[in-house]
Design a protein around this ligand. Structure first.
Ligand SMILES: Cc1cc2nc3c(=O)[nH]c(=O)nc-3n(C[C@H](O)[C@H](O)[C@H](O)COP(=O)(O)O)c2cc1C
Length: 219
């Protein structure tokens, strides 16, 4: 792709409020979008996320009561994704998840695991001061949002619209996820929702501050 084509995709992406309910994203395009989430970078490479693609209309309906920013998207989006983020019991340096992840996913020897865990412990204890439920979740959520950005950009590049959604009551919605969708909310929290599909109306002109107000060069 040329730089112009990539920038055109960034202009194409907008917060699509309503989708064409009759136009569905193909399985291979949705797989492509989700693959860009899977390949996203994360701190220490621990991939503190999980994505639920919520397609059953009855299940989508359950989210409406606690998600003021989502009803129209829940009704019309071709694909509707819940961005879950791991909580402290999974991500703390001495958790089973982290140890198994280093060994089984990253392929480290026990010796390497021990060395790396030493760094991770200091990072969590003092460098970033993360040993608190809220701080840990917010730190991990920052990483889940990288996956969100990648999914939306990837979608735009292939002509698919999206809308990120934080318009929900977090605790109440997580309760629905626990009771109705089988999510263990002691281990995962809901960071965001993101709807994908095809627009029904053209977006308004994008508004952004000029580049000088956003970037400082020190040369
Ligand atoms: C983290 C995040 C949460 C958002 N939550 C909502 C939402 O709940 N409902 C909605 O319609 N738009 C939501 N938006 C869309 C923003 O309002 C939109 O991205 C912003 O106004 C810029 O417009 P643009 O996306 O068209 O460039 C959200 C955007 C982000 C990044």
């Amino acid at each position: 792709m040329t730089k112009e084509e990539i920038i055109a995709a960034f202009h194409f992406r907008h917060d699509c409020k309503e989708f064409n309910p009759d136009k569905k994203i193909s399985k291979s395009d949705m797989t492509f979008i989700l693959e860009t989430a899977r390949l996203s970078p994360s701190s220490f490479g621990f991939e503190p996320w999980r994505f639920i693609v919520l397609q059953q209309p009855q299940k989508r309906e359950l989210l409406k009561a606690t998600s003021w920013g989502a009803p129209k998207k829940l009704d019309t989006a071709s694909h509707f994704v819940l961005g879950l983020t791991m909580k402290r019991p999974l991500l703390q340096w001495d958790s089973d998840y982290i140890h198994r992840f280093m060994r089984d996913v990253q392929g480290h020897t026990e010796e390497m695991c021990a060395t790396r865990l030493g760094f991770y412990k200091v990072f969590q204890e003092s460098d970033f001061d993360l040993l608190d439920d809220r701080k840990m979740f917010d730190w991990a959520s920052k990483q889940s949002y990288i996956a969100l950005g990648n999914m939306m950009t990837a979608a735009a590049i292939i002509g698919i619209d999206s809308c990120p959604i934080e318009g929900f009551k977090q605790q109440e919605t997580e309760h629905v996820l626990q009771e109705q969708l089988g999510v263990d909310t002691s281990l995962y929290g809901l960071s965001y929702m993101v709807a994908f599909g095809y627009r029904v109306v053209e977006p308004k002109q994008k508004t952004r501050r000029p580049i000088e107000d956003v970037v400082t060069w020190i040369e």
